[in-house]
Write a protein that binds this ligand. Structure first.
Ligand code: HEC
Length: 112
């Protein structure tokens, strides 16, 4: 519940049209296969792709919102040019991508 309050607050600043439910639907449909519903990336595809744990505050600090937005738009390749994560620019608009980044920020576990 706390997550959804945080998410709703984040969404007010990014969008008046998208609802928290829309964002969660986007996440479940496009991202959860690798990143996991909970963001831990503990799925088979997530382990294969080598995703990191979005509940880890230190990892969340490694990327800015802008970097995350760019990566979701353009995808990510490894150093050999092999695709690690595909590009979503044709599936989600700018607003949806920003909202999903705000959603990712709510996945982080409170500091221990
Ligand atoms: C095919 C598996 C896969 C799917 C599906 C996927 N990702 Fe990723 N994602 C990855 C991998 C792999 C990484 C990179 C981990 C690393 O840093 O090496 C990553 C990293 C990220 C990062 C970190 C960005 C950074 O700059 O470090 C964000 C944000 C992200 N993904 C968001 C998303 C969102 C949002 C979706 C759905 C729209 C999504 N991902 C779908 C595999 C996936």
């Amino acid at each position: 519940m706390k997550k959804f309050v945080l998410l709703a607050a984040a969404l007010i600043t990014t969008s008046a049209v998208l609802t928290a439910a829309d964002v969660a639907t986007n996440w479940d449909a496009n991202c959860a296969s690798c990143h996991g519903k909970d963001g831990k990336g503990a799925t088979r595809a997530g382990r294969t792709a080598g995703v990191k744990d979005f509940t880890d505050a230190a990892y969340q600090k490694e990327f800015t919102d802008q970097k995350a937005v760019d990566q979701i738009k353009n995808g990510m390749k490894d150093k050999d040019g092999k695709e690690k994560m595909k590009a979503y620019a044709d599936k989600m608009n700018e607003e949806e991508i920003k909202a999903v980044v705000a959603f990712i920020r709510t996945l982080v576990a409170p500091a221990k």
